[in-house]
Design a protein around this ligand. Sequence first.
Ligand code: 0RQ
Length: 505
Amino acid sequence: MADHSRIRCKSLLDKIMSAEEAAALIPPGANVGMSGFTGAGYPKAVPLALAKRIMDANLSGHKFRIGVWTGASTAPELDGALAMVDGVELRLPYQSDPVLRKKINAGEIEYIDIHLSNVAQFVLFGFLGKLDMAVIEVTGIREDGQLIPSSSVGNNKTWIDMADKVILEVNAWQSEKLEGMHDIYYVSDLPPHRKPIPLINPGDRIGSPYFACPPEKILAIVETNAPDRNTPFTPPDEASKKIAGHILDFLALEVKKGRIPENLLPIQSGVGNIANAVLLGLQEGKFENLTSYTEVIQDGMIALMKTGRLVTASATAFSLSPQAVEDVNAHMDEYRGRIILRPQEISNHPEIIRRLGCLAMNGMMEADIYGNVNSTHVMGTRIMNGIGGSGDFARNAFLSLFMTPSTTKNGTISCIVPMVSHVDHTEHDVEIIVTEQGLADLRGLSPKQRAKQIIEKCAHPDYKPALREYFRRALELSPGKHTPHMLDEALGWHIRYLHSGTMHG
Ligand code: 0RQ
């Protein structure tokens, strides 16, 4: 039996109800803004209860679906459960759930893949239609009714502000010591009345630690005690370590040349094996007094903080292993001053990323010989996850790096191809490409010069001769030679894979 101690505003106690009762208040067809970002801070009980309600409705012939808007990816209890019962009409802006992904690619669910910094303002601009309901996980409710955010901030401020009604999940699993870690910036003037965002350093606090929500908007409060998705940490593999090594050598050289300061510039690092390898490499390297202005705080970031080398980290969410959660919770008093969680329109804001001069490091699926990058689509058509924040950072960073192993699927796919099968980041937003084979520095190079760099430095030896040959023949045969291509062969590698299961000729 919950003691309601997390709900310190006593006038709200009469709104407490079960997840089933709360889920029953969501109208069929509603657009619902849910909390949640990279498996942190998503509602754990109401979406499951809603999935059960939808399943029952399906069986009784009263099928209905909802629109699901989030911060980014969530977890099986939200995306998986709702997709499983065919309850999602439209999903935005980023996902990574296997069941949901399958249904999107089967054409059963509409999915809009949006730059994460754009979501909040698109809602404010009225581009996405009406937001009917918000379902938000919080750590607690203060005496004055202000809401203490949980392990992610994402779009919660916007969902609470813009939705007609709000359902809160108060999760006792989240550490109470999270209180004070967040920085919710509450100025959202629309153009042409916008002012500069007064954030000059990654560690600056420019807003409130709490969400404000008028009590009359709160329809229901559901008490939960359930962990975030927290996936176990996998140590970096050999390819990731090599990629990290190339990046660290490159950064050291940039410092030596005086192009970046000795403590580097604020680091943005994607999630996953390669990103963790870079962060682990920084632990052993010589850089001190580092800062990070990024989207997600993962294990490598915490490890780097522990060594004292990383001073401050700003993000919109945690994405930690269970062990790292334990560590953060145990030392929350120390981390609270050094970690800041912000709304995603601020963590990923182009104005701030450009001002701070972030070093953006993101994973990709494939790059072509001219430097265009595909981060989202398998063989040009099947969505993997989404663009996430990679575009926010890549276009506006001081330096934009994209990283991938040179091959995938047991060597049957080359991640360096003649022409990418889908473009997320154009050649204009990509300065550095890195594989375990090497690092291609594309700054100041024309397309033909870039092609040589990318093929020679990044391609796997198994595919290098074929790429050289493609480029040679394109130079000879291409009718327009600024960016030489043979259009009838440019996607031939992908077509070959689709027909024979390998890109090898
Ligand atoms: O397939 O899952 O079946 O094994 O894609 O690839 O190599 O495990 O790498 O997990 O880092 O994901 C681009 C998807 C890379 C990710 C992407 C297949 C491969 C494997 C995963 P399996 P890896 P990662 C801020 C920035 C966009 C969002 C972003 C991503 C699976 O980094 O979603 O950047 N990025 N956010 O086999 C076919 C190719 C492939 C391929 C890989 N060329 N063709 N399949 N795969 N390359 C992020 C934050 O801060 C939150």
